[in-house]
Design a protein around this ligand. Structure first.
Ligand code: SAM
Length: 303
C-alpha cells in the first residue's frame, strides 16, 4: 500500500526533521550534515530511505547531490497533508532557523569569493566566453528601456553598455568589491544607481524596472526560483527579462575555480521556473563557448 510506504519512511524523528527542512530548502549532503549535527553516513542512510520512498528527490549535479522534498506526485501530496502537523513543534522551527543560517553562511562565502576575484573578473569571464560577445547579445535585446536593471552586475561592464541604450540603469550585486569597481567605472553618473543587495531580496521597489537582466548569476544561488520571483516583483507587467545561463554541464572546474554552486541549469528546469515566476518565454538562443559549455539566452515577458 502506497500510504504505508510514506508512513514508514516518515516514522523516524531524524527523517521527519529532514523532510521538514527539505520542504523549504534544497541542500547538499554537507549542508545537511552541518545543520543536523550528525555523521554523514547516518544522514546518507536516512536520505536514501526518503528518496526511495518518493518523499524526497535527489538532484545530481556533477559530483555533487542536492536534496529537496518532491515537487509533485503522490509523495508530495502526502507531504502537503502532513506539513501543517509539523508546524507547532519547536524542534522543527529550530531546524529551519539552522538551515537558514547555513544558507546565509553560504551566501557570505559567495560574497567573499567574488570580493577576492573582483579585480580579475573581466579576464576570468573572457576565459570562459572566448570570442562570444555575450554583453552585446544581451544589450541588443534590452535597448530602449526607461529603467533597466542588471541583477548580479559584477564590475558593471554590461551595465555601462545598457546605460547607452536606456534612460536610467540600476546595478545590484552582493559583493562590495565588485560594486566598488563598478563605481569607479561610472564616476557618480546620475543615470546609474548602484545598489548592494541579494537577488533573493532585491533593493528595488515593486514595478520599478521595465527591463531586467540576470546574466550568469543564477547558478551561484541556492534558490534561483526565488530570485526570478523577485525579478518579477520589480518588473512592470509586460516588462522584459533577459536571463543568460549556462546549460547543464559536468565541468567541475566551474565549481572549484569559478565558485559555481551548480553546474549550469537544465533548460527544462529554467523554463519551468520562469513560468512559475510569472514569465512567458518568447525566445531562447544557445551559444557554444569555451570549456565545453553552452550559454542559453532566455528572453521572457512579465505577464
Ligand atoms: C559570474 S558573475 C556575473 C557578472 C555579470 N552579470 C556578468 O555577466 O559578467 C556573478 C555576479 O553575481 C554576484 N552574485 C552572486 N550571488 C549573488 C546574490 N545572491 N545576490 C546578488 N549578487 C550575487 C557576484 O558578486 C558576481 O558579481
Amino acid at each position: 500500500m502506497e500510504i504505508l510506504k510514506y508512513c514508514k519512511a516518515l516514522a523516524d524523528e531524524t527523517r521527519a526533521r529532514l523532510v521538514n527542512v527539505l520542504l523549504r530548502f534544497e541542500l547538499n549532503v554537507g549542508e545537511i550534515v552541518q545543520l543536523m549535527e550528525m555523521g554523514q553516513s547516518r544522514i546518507s542512510r536516512h536520505l536514501k530511505i526518503l528518496a526511495d520512498s518518493g518523499l524526497v528527490e535527489c538532484r545530481r549535479d556533477g559530483l555533487w547531490a542536492f536534496y529537496r522534498a518532491s515537487d509533485s506526485g503522490p509523495g508530495r501530496n502526502f507531504l502537503d497533508g502532513v506539513a501543517p502537523v509539523m508546524e507547532g513543534e519547536a524542534v522543527f522551527g529550530q531546524d529551519l532557523a539552522r538551515a537558514a543560517k547555513v544558507i546565509r553562511e553560504r551566501m557570505a562565502q559567495t560574497r567573499q569569493f567574488f570580493d577576492s576575484i573582483a579585480d580579475d573578473w573581466d579576464r576570468l569571464n573572457k576565459e570562459v566566453l572566448g570570442s562570444m560577445d555575450l554583453r552585446g547579445e544581451i544589450v541588443s535585446r534590452v535597448s530602449g528601456c526607461d529603467v533597466a536593471a542588471d541583477l548580479g552586475c559584477g564590475t558593471g561592464e554590461l551595465l555601462a553598455l545598457m546605460a547607452q541604450k536606456s534612460r536610467t540603469v540600476i546595478g545590484v550585486d552582493s559583493s562590495p568589491k565588485m560594486l566598488e569597481l563598478a563605481e569607479d567605472r561610472f564616476h557618480g553618473d546620475a543615470r546609474v544607481s548602484l545598489r548592494i543587495g541579494e537577488l533573493s531580496f532585491l533593493p528595488l521597489r515593486d514595478w520599478e524596472a521595465d527591463c531586467v537582466v540576470v546574466s550568469l548569476v543564477l547558478h551561484h544561488l541556492a534558490r534561483p526560483l526565488e530570485a526570478l520571483v523577485e525579478a518579477g516583483r520589480v518588473l512592470k507587467t509586460g516588462g522584459r527579462l533577459v536571463v543568460a545561463e549556462f546549460d547543464k554541464h559536468d565541468n567541475e572546474v566551474m565549481r572549484t575555480e569559478y565558485g559555481d554552486r551548480q553546474l549550469g541549469i537544465a533548460n527544462r528546469e529554467m523554463r519551468g521556473w520562469l513560468e512559475k515566476a510569472g514569465f512567458e518565454v518568447r525566445e531562447q538562443t544557445e551559444y557554444k563557448v569555451n570549456m565545453g559549455l553552452a550559454v542559453i539566452l532566455y528572453e521572457a515577458v512579465r505577464l
